[in-house]
Design a binder for this molecule. Structure first.
Ligand code: ASP
Length: 338
């Protein structure tokens, strides 16, 4: 009888701990014109599987008492290694046919941050961003310097051909052809890229510590050493325990011009907006200067939002119960079978 009561008590306490535990991870795999009619059930299955694998990897870090920064890294490295997303393997091509990668990370408990931009040989740029944050006095490193640092830090370097996928190569050919037409008609020099796939994650541990990270190949057909919002602290990534953790995806120039990630944090911290309202209002500001994309936001109590003003955004979340939820189009998130 005593054993039975003790057992019941322990189950109850565990249940309460789970209910009280705000630990959460939210991820995105890019926003854009994601049309249901153009995605086969098989491709949808692959995205769902990759997103839920990333969620489970980040959740395992948090459940094991790991740092939110490491949960963010665990989720993002899985998406970088997947050819489905525009980050790491499967990154989009520059106009010159290269893969130039950007990534950033921020620790909300200290506001320490790290970023790399325009790197071409670092297999997992998010690991380099974390190394910049934790093992250097700097916040941002670019190009060959960032690669030399990554080598010294013992990170895996690869031949640039590692990042290439045939699908992204074809997208570049289409973009180049499309741009030719646009230029002939005096249109904008930058064609609207409809196939994105930047990845990002925001994490919260049981103690109210936040972290955020973002990784991308940028925009198809980008030129002249162009760098977008993803590696810019305050534009593509932000984390502060006093407000929110944010990761963005979309037309990077407009996200930089809106200080998107920091704008959300400011709205929450100074104007008292909820994470969802702050994300909606920031997307409105971005739309007002012809930008589009999406944002994931998480506060220290576990309130979160996944907002986008495009047709779809690959996205997902997982809480202390360890059950991943994912969404692709405008539908409410659906649970993924274990
Ligand atoms: N924001 C990224 C960039 O501008 C691209 C994207 O998220 O699709 O580089």
């Amino acid at each position: 009888m005593r054993a039975f009561l003790l057992g019941t008590f322990l189950i109850l306490v565990q249940g309460l701990a789970l209910a009280d535990n705000p630990a959460r991870l939210v991820i995105h795999g890019g926003a854009g014109t994601i049309e249901r009619s153009k995605i086969t059930p098989e491709l949808e299955r692959q995205y769902t599987e990759a997103l839920s694998r990333a969620l489970r990897a980040g959740h395992a870090v948090l459940a094991g008492g790991g740092a939110p920064v490491d949960a963010v890294v665990a989720a993002i490295t899985i998406m970088e290694d997947s050819p489905l997303f525009n980050a790491g393997k499967g990154a989009v091509f520059t106009h010159e046919g290269r893969n130039e990668l950007d990534a950033s990370i921020m620790d909300g408990s200290t506001r320490a941050a790290g970023a790399v931009a325009s790197v071409t040989t670092i297999r997992n740029p998010i690991l380099a961003a974390r190394a910049v944050m934790q093992r250097s006095p700097h916040v941002m490193m670019i190009g060959a310097g960032a690669e030399a640092f990554a080598k010294e830090a013992g990170l895996e370097l690869v031949d640039p051909a590692y990042f290439r996928t045939e699908q992204r190569w074809q997208q570049l050919q289409e973009a180049i052809a499309g741009q030719q037409v646009l230029l002939d008609h005096g249109g904008p020099a930058q064609p609207k890229d409809e196939k994105r796939g930047t990845v990002g994650a925001v994490a919260l541990d049981a103690h109210g510590n936040l972290a955020a990270g973002t990784s991308t190949g940028g925009m198809t057909n980008k030129r002249w050493g162009r760098v977008g919002d993803s590696p810019i602290i305050g534009a593509g990534t932000w984390a502060d325990n006093r407000s929110v953790a944010v990761s963005a995806t979309g037309t990077g120039e407009m996200f930089i011009r809106s200080a998107a990630a920091h704008q959300i944090a400011s709205r929450v911290m100074y104007a008292g907006e909820s994470p969802a309202d702050a994300a909606t209002h920031t997307l409105e500001e971005i739309a007002a200067i012809s930008g589009d994309g999406g944002l994931i936001v998480l506060d220290a109590k576990g309130n979160y939002a996944m907002k986008f003003n495009t047709e779809g955004m690959y996205r997902g979340t997982i809480g202390a119960d360890g059950v991943p939820w994912v969404g692709i189009y405008g539908e409410p998130e659906k649970p993924v079978a274990p």
